[in-house]
Ligand binder design. Structure first.
Ligand SMILES: [Zn+2]
Length: 93
């Protein structure tokens, strides 16, 4: 008797992105992810973050891709809090 087999489920393509989500330390909102320039051991700068694709088109300014700018200009788009108040980005998955 033939055993009815379930069709093999297409394994969901998991995003193998190495990039981390950047969370606002105050409100927890996440509008950005890290770029390949992100280095947890270095002072963050705008070149380390980029806006998540889903927020493009909202009219929010993209972080300037300027590696010489300081982390003080990295702000949460929701509450305006600094994303790296102590020179450390809060990253999650
Ligand atoms: Zn916030």
């Amino acid at each position: 008797m033939a055993v009815k087999r379930k069709p093999r489920q297409q394994s969901q393509q998991r995003s193998l992105s190495l990039f981390l989500r950047i969370l606002c330390p105050l409100c927890g909102a996440c509008h950005f992810e890290t770029t390949e320039k992100y280095d947890a051991d270095k002072m963050p700068h705008p070149g380390m973050i980029k806006m998540l694709a889903k927020y493009k088109g909202y009219g929010w300014p993209e972080p300037p891709q300027d590696d010489s700018a300081g982390y003080g200009c990295l702000e949460c788009l929701d509450c305006g809090n600094a994303l790296a108040p102590n020179g450390k980005l809060k990253v999650g998955k």
